[in-house]
Design a protein around this ligand. Structure first.
Ligand code: UD1
Ligand code: CA
Length: 465
């Protein structure tokens, strides 16, 4: 029978070089904390339990975990929280992390700050780790800082030496320890009980279990990973490098599924994206949260989308910012539109430049083409909202609604002092300040009447000194 899989995630470190109030493992890659990626990998491996060794920023980590959004994609294995008091090294951390792991389990060690490792790469290490100690190694162009894999003449692994403890000859070895390993729980626990901190850093090294396994007559297995998959984050530059790597892999997958990206290097998705046929995104597009695009949706340059759902044939023109919006088909938005949460646009709606819409509904074929603020409004079908129209929805304390019936025409530069209702087919003359409900049909106008001309008037001129 296959033994149960228990994953230990090391996440206790402070991440001093990040210079951040946020614990390192909560720094995001692709909009998701690194620890979240590692938990996803554990879930993909169908781990029976995950033991998270945490220390620095423990409260923040637990708070994030409790409030996080799984996006309906993966379900967590059962989680065991292990608080590592003084952090005495990776060996000590795994030992603590194993406190509740049964002897019959296979243990896999992952790192909260190495988020791109793939389940496919780890699977053969886990399989080997049911019987023996299995290490994931990589060949590094620049092995500096990593533990080096020591092999004998027959190429069998005999140990790992840390950078600080290595001889000049050992420093030239390019096969490095990625840190990932798998082993039978009972054996690993035994070896961890025998390690000491007699080394340059005075730490209990997890890597010392390798020599102990060899001493016990075990043949240590190795699985090769690409260096890219095993990159860890110690500082902001490495975080940025990982982000780019993550984004470019994600962009490749999206293009394989049929998304047209004008330049995959200038596209960022920090969340999930579902899309129909023939959708495209121009350069500089940033998508966050959960995005859903119908068929033939086009997103112009430098558009920011967060948690939006756009209907078929909808076009968002450049420099628009949309959050929490659901649209029907054939909408035209922007350039330079800002649409805020809880907005619903029906089919063929047009929201043009410098128009802000908040928590409002626009019915089919309605238009607000230029300049304006539409907040807390419910607008019917085929309504024309002229240039510069403002719903005056806020009295300093409360927000008030505006209702506009079908086929109404709101003239330019009108202020609708909410709460207010405009009847169907009503026309409001330009420049009106509407303070009372407007009946259906007819023309309603509220404007200073006496337009005068003073023909002899002259412009003020500059006084001579
Ligand atoms: C470790 C390996 C090294 C390997 C490298 C890969 C050891 C001794 N060395 O070195 O061979 O090449 O990773 O990146 O294992 N942590 C705890 N508690 C502790 C100590 C560490 O949770 O008491 C966590 C850290 O937060 C970190 C991870 O374990 O996420 C690795 O520890 P770190 O000190 O960075 O190990 P390295 O020196 O990089
Ligand atoms: Ca490290």
């Amino acid at each position: 029978m296959k033994s149960p899989l228990h994953v230990v995630i090391l996440a206790a470190g402070k991440g001093t070089r990040m210079n951040s109030a946020l614990p390192k493992v909560l720094h995001p890659v692709g909009g998701k904390p690194m620890l979240g990626h590692v938990l996803d990998t554990a879930a993909a491996l169908k781990a029976d339990a995950v033991h998270i060794v945490h220390g620095h920023g423990s409260k923040l980590i637990r708070t994030w975990f409790e409030g996080r959004d799984l996006g309906g994609q993966t379900k967590d294995p059962s989680i065991v929280w292990v608080l590592q008091g003084p952090q005495l090294g990776t060996g000590h951390a795994v030992q603590q992390g194993m406190a509740e792991i049964p002897d019959a389990a296979t243990v896999l060690v992952l790192y909260g700050d190495v988020p791109l490792i793939r389940a496919e790469t780890l699977a053969p290490a886990i399989a080997a780790g049911e019987k023996t100690l299995a290490l994931v190694t990589a060949t590094a162009a620049n092995p500096k800082g990593y533990g080096r894999i020591l092999r004998d003449k027959k190429d069998a692994v005999v140990g790992i030496v840390e950078e600080n403890d290595a001889s000049d000859a050992e420093l030239r070895i390019t096969e490095i320890n990625t840190g990932f390993l798998a082993a039978p729980a009972k054996k690993l626990r035994g070896w961890l009980g025998r390690i000491n901190n007699d080394n340059a850093k005075k730490e209990f090294y997890l890597t010392d279990v390798v020599a102990l396994a060899v001493k016990d007559g075990m043949k240590v297995a190795t699985v090769t990973a690409s260096e890219e998959d095993t990159l860890g984050v110690n500082d902001r530059a490495q975080l940025a490098q990982l982000e780019r790597l993550f984004q470019s892999r994600q962009a490749q997958l999206l293009m394989q599924k049929g998304l047209a990206l004008r330049d995959p290097a200038r596209f960022d998705l920090r969340g999930t994206l579902k899309f129909g046929q023939d959708c495209s995104a121009d350069v500089g597009v940033v998508m966050e949260g959960d995005i859903e695009l119908g068929h033939n949706v086009s997103i112009g340059p430098y558009v920011v989308l967060k948690d939006v759902k756009l209907g078929d044939n909808t076009r968002v023109e450049s420099h628009s910012v949309l959050e929490g919006v659901v649209t029907g088909r054939d909408c035209r938005i922007g350039p330079f539109a800002r649409i805020r949460p809880e907005t619903r646009l029906a089919d063929e709606v047009r929201v043009g430049n410098f128009v802000e819409v908040k928590k409002s509904t626009l019915g089919a074929e309605s238009k607000a083409n230029h300049l304006g603020y539409i907040g807390d409004a419910t607008i019917g079908a085929r309504v024309n909202v002229g240039a510069g129209v403002i719903t005056v929805n806020y009295d300093g304390f409360n927000k008030h609604p505006t209702l506009i019936g079908d086929d109404a025409f709101v003239g330019s530069d009108t202020q609708l002092i909410a709460p207010v209702k405009v009847g169907a087919r009503a026309t409001i003359g330009a420049g009106s300040t509407i303070t009372k409900d407007v009946p259906a049909g007819g023309l309603t106008i509220c404007r200073a009447r006496d337009q005068r001309t003073l023909p002899k008037w002259t412009r003020p001129s500059k006084k001579k000194p």
